[in-house]
Design a protein around this ligand. Sequence first.
Ligand SMILES: Nc1ncnc2c1ncn2[C@@H]1O[C@H](COP(=O)(O)OP(=O)(O)OP(=O)(O)O)[C@@H](O)[C@H]1O
Length: 258
Amino acid sequence: MSETTPLPSVHTGRAGPPAGAVAAVGLSKTYGSGATSVAALTDVSLQVPAGTWLAVMGPSGSGKSTLLHCLAGLERADAGRVVLAGDDISRASDRVLTRLRRTAIGFAFQNFNLVGSLTAAENVALPLRLAGARPRRAQIRAALESVGLGDRARHKPGQLSGGQQQRVALARAIATRPAVLFADEPTGALDSAASRSVLGLLRRMVDGGQTVVMVTHDPAAAAAADSVVFLLDGGIADRLERPSADVVAATLAGLERP
Ligand SMILES: Nc1ncnc2c1ncn2[C@@H]1O[C@H](COP(=O)(O)OP(=O)(O)OP(=O)(O)O)[C@@H](O)[C@H]1O
């Protein structure tokens, strides 16, 4: 199957682009209490239209991972709302969150969300099977080949490098077409050629209607996205549309300056 062939969307069960807008309104999150409490997010609002790609940047400790986890329903914010692929997940039950994770959301995190006892191919096929589909072997192989892991289909996550594991997660997102893909440092463990190829894959997913929200420290990766939000001390310090890598790097340096 070619990469441009439309795959049925797991979310809608129909062919065509899934609708995966993400919106956060007034998100706040504090860890701990009393003198040691840390305000990780303070009144963060943002919109990611369906079929667009948002990069989240900021200095270490600025709240990027916390924001990604709250948007993906992995952590609950203390205040504010998250609407993901049409569902308000702020007060959703664990059952609803589990259904969303199986149908509408994909994750490409390192050391996360791959099943250690399954091969790369089985991991890629798992969400489709859980959704009741019967993925064809060629479909799974094509997804693994598109991330350069055609020869690792029978390897288990423990036999793969961190970057390869993340590419397995990307292959899974290619095969299952979640409405929204959350990625944490998708190019972090990759050399520049592999990095370009992953960014190209993400662009094709977005062009095909999927939404991508990605945390990155890499200005070149951020410049591949449609917009970039910059966090500082748990708040949004800046937002740029289609910036160059140089502008991203300069904006980040400005935030990191003491
Ligand atoms: N589980 C936790 N318990 C207590 N504090 C936490 C916890 N997780 C994060 N924090 C704090 O919240 C703030 C934001 O952390 P977060 O991991 O979201 O930042 P980040 O921008 O992703 O950082 P990095 O780039 O270093 O990964 C930091 O000050 C961090 O120390």
